[in-house]
Design a protein around this ligand. Structure first.
Ligand code: AMP
Ligand code: MG
Length: 492
C-alpha cells in the first residue's frame, strides 16, 4: 500500500469522489476487469499537464492504471446507471463498458470525471462484452480533441491503451481502453432514470447534486429545478449552434448521449460533413435521418422535452402548472438556438453589426452551397482568405451575385474588410477531421501499427484556425463519391 501511495503522489491524481454519495440506485461498485498486456499507444501530454498529472511518469508507467489493472489511490470505481431514448425508444441502460474511476480535482480546482471506456463488463452490460476495439477508441480521441481545438465544449481524451486482448466484432480487433475526462457524465438519460424509479427523493437527490456540481448559481432561486432546466436548454442551444457551424454530425443523439453540462459526449458514429447538405447522414443505422445534420436542433429540442418531463414532479406540485412552466421554457429553445446560430453565422461572414437581412444573406449562401454540393469548410474558409473567386462555386452566377451582396454588406459597418478577415479566420476552420483522413490514420494505426499519420493529423487538428496552404492534403475534401459510400458505426 505504501508503494501505491508513493506512486500516486508521483502520478498527480487527486481524487474526491462525490457521485458515490448519491442514493445507491444511481451506481454500482465495479472494478475494471484486468487485461493481459496493457500498453499506452496514445497519450495527451498537454492535457495531462493541465490536469495536474505528472505527464512523464504517467506516460511511462501508467498503462496498468489506464487500463484498470491497478487502481490509483483514491479511486472508487463505479458504473453509473442511466436510461435513455435510443432512436425514440425508451430503455434502461447504464455504463455497460465504461467505469468511472472517480472525480479528480485539477490544480485550478475543477472537478472532472476520470472514466475508462472499454474497461470490462458491469451490471449494466446486458449482452455486451464490456470491451472496446482500438479503432473506435482512437476515433473518439481524434474527434473529441478536434472538437476541443475548434472551441466546442466536449469531453476530452487523455489516453488510449491497448489491452493485449482481442475483441470480437465482425472480426477480431485489438482491444483498447480510452481514458475519458468529462466535467461529469450526468446525462438527460440520468434524469430519465431517476424519474423512472418514481421515487421523488431520488429525483430530488440527483437534481440537487447536479445543481451543486454544475449550476450552483441556481441553488438559491425560487425554483431551482426549473432554473436547472433553463440552464440546460441554453447550453444545448449554444452547443448545437456550434456543431452546425463546423459541420459536425453527432450521429446518435439519444438522450443518454446528451450531457447535462453542455459537453459533446459519446463519439460513436459522428462525422464531419464535407459537401453541404442538411440531410447528410453517415451513421449506418440512422436510416430515417433522425440524426441528420439539419435535424440536430429539432432532436436537441425533443431530448430537452424528455428532460423537462423527468423534472415535472419537482417543479410544481400541480402537474398542470408544472407542464405550463416547462412548456414556456421549452418553447424558447428554437429562438435561443437561432440567436446563437445567427450570432456566430455573422462572425463566419465577417459581420460585426446587425441587419435583419443578414439571415437571408446566410441562408442564401447555404442554398448556393447545397445546390453546388460545395465543401462547407472550404467555402467559409475561402471567404476568410479572400479566395472565393477561385472556388468552383464561383462558376455559379447566383453565388457571384451573392458575393457582390456580401461585399456590399461588409461595407455597411464601421470595421474594415481587414477586420472582417481576422474575425472570419478565427471562426472558419481551415481543417476539420475529414472522414477520409480519419480513416486513413486509423487504418495505419490499427492495421499497420503505424501511429505517424494519426500523430500528424492530431497535430494539424490541434490548431484548426491557423492558415494552411490550400494544397495541403488536410484541407482537401475526399475524392468524389467517398462520402456517398462512407458509413460510420456506433462505437462498438
Ligand atoms: P452507446 O451507443 O455507446 O451510447 O451505448 C449505448 C449503451 O450500450 C450504453 O448503455 C453502453 O454502455 C452500452 N454498450 C455499448 N457497447 C457495449 C459493449 N461492448 N458492452 C457492453 N455494453 C455496451
Ligand atoms: Mg452512450
Amino acid at each position: 500500500m505504501v508503494n501505491v501511495k508513493k506512486l500516486d503522489i508521483q502520478y498527480g491524481f487527486n481524487f474526491d469522489n462525490s457521485y458515490l454519495k448519491l442514493p445507491p440506485i444511481f451506481h454500482q461498485k465495479q472494478k475494471p476487469t484486468t487485461v493481459s498486456n496493457p500498453n499506452i499507444v496514445l497519450f495527451n501530454d498537454v492535457f495531462a499537464a493541465s490536469l495536474g498529472l505528472n505527464t512523464d511518469v504517467v506516460k511511462k508507467q501508467g498503462g496498468q492504471f489506464l487500463t484498470g489493472n491497478l487502481l490509483m489511490n483514491g479511486s472508487e470505481p463505479i458504473a453509473q446507471a442511466y436510461a435513455g431514448h435510443q432512436f425514440g425508444h425508451f430503455n434502461i441502460l447504464g455504463d455497460g463498458r465504461a467505469i468511472l474511476l472517480g472525480e479528480h480535482i485539477t490544480p485550478n480546482k475543477q472537478r472532472v470525471d476520470i472514466q475508462l471506456k472499454g474497461a470490462g463488463r458491469t451490471p449494466y452490460s446486458r449482452s455486451g462484452d464490456g470491451r472496446a476495439a482500438l479503432g473506435p477508441m482512437l476515433r473518439e480521441y481524434i474527434m473529441s480533441e478536434a472538437m476541443h481545438a475548434l472551441g466546442i465544449a466536449t469531453t476530452r481524451s487523455l489516453a488510449v491503451a491497448t489491452t493485449g486482448e482481442p475483441v470480437y466484432r465482425e472480426a477480431p480487433y485489438p482491444g483498447a481502453v480510452l481514458t475519458r475526462i468529462a466535467a461529469s457524465h450526468i446525462r438527460v438519460g440520468t434524469f430519465q432514470f431517476a424519474a423512472a424509479t418514481q421515487n421523488q427523493q431520488q429525483l430530488q437527490a440527483l437534481t440537487d447534486y447536479t445543481i451543486h456540481r454544475h449550476f450552483p448559481e441556481v441553488a438559491n432561486t425560487d425554483n431551482p429545478p426549473l432554473e436547472l432546466l433553463k440552464r440546460v436548454i441554453d447550453l444545448q442551444a449554444l452547443l448545437i449552434a456550434k456543431w452546425m457551424h463546423v459541420g459536425f454530425i453527432h450521429g446518435v443523439m439519444n438522450t443518454d448521449n446528451m450531457s447535462i453540462c453542455g459537453e459533446t459526449i459519446d463519439y460513436g458514429p459522428c462525422a464531419f460533413m464535407n459537401s453541404y447538405h442538411p440531410e447528410t447522414v453517415f451513421s449506418s443505422i440512422d436510416t430515417n435521418g433522425r440524426y441528420s445534420f439539419g435535424n440536430q436542433p429539432n432532436i436537441a429540442h425533443w431530448n430537452l422535452i424528455r428532460l423537462a418531463e423527468s423534472l415535472l414532479p419537482l417543479i410544481h406540485e400541480s402537474e398542470e402548472q408544472s407542464i405550463a412552466m416547462v412548456t414556456a421554457c421549452l418553447q424558447e429553445f428554437p429562438n435561443q438556438f437561432f440567436a446563437y446560430w445567427l450570432a456566430d453565422m455573422r462572425k463566419k461572414l465577417g459581420i460585426f453589426n446587425q441587419e435583419d437581412e443578414d439571415i437571408k444573406l446566410a441562408e442564401d449562401l447555404l442554398m448556393h452551397m447545397q445546390k453546388n454540393k460545395s465543401d462547407f469548410t472550404n467555402t467559409f474558409r475561402a471567404l476568410a482568405q479572400k479566395s472565393a473567386e477561385s472556388t468552383a462555386l464561383y462558376q455559379d452566377a447566383g453565388f457571384k451575385n451573392w458575393l457582390t451582396l456580401w461585399k456590399a454588406r461588409l461595407s455597411r459597418q464601421n470595421e474594415t474588410f481587414a477586420d472582417s478577415i481576422v474575425l472570419m479566420q478565427s471562426v472558419n476552420p481551415a481543417v476539420i477531421p475529414r472522414n477520409h483522413l480519419v480513416e486513413e490514420a486509423l487504418d495505419a494505426a490499427v492495421s499497420n501499427n503505424d501511429m505517424s499519420p494519426l500523430h500528424k493529423l492530431l497535430s494539424v487538428l490541434s490548431n484548426p484556425y491557423a492558415a494552411l496552404d490550400h494544397s495541403s492534403k488536410y484541407t482537401q475534401p475526399p475524392a468524389l463519391l467517398f462520402d456517398e459510400q462512407y458509413k460510420t458505426f456506433c462505437g462498438t
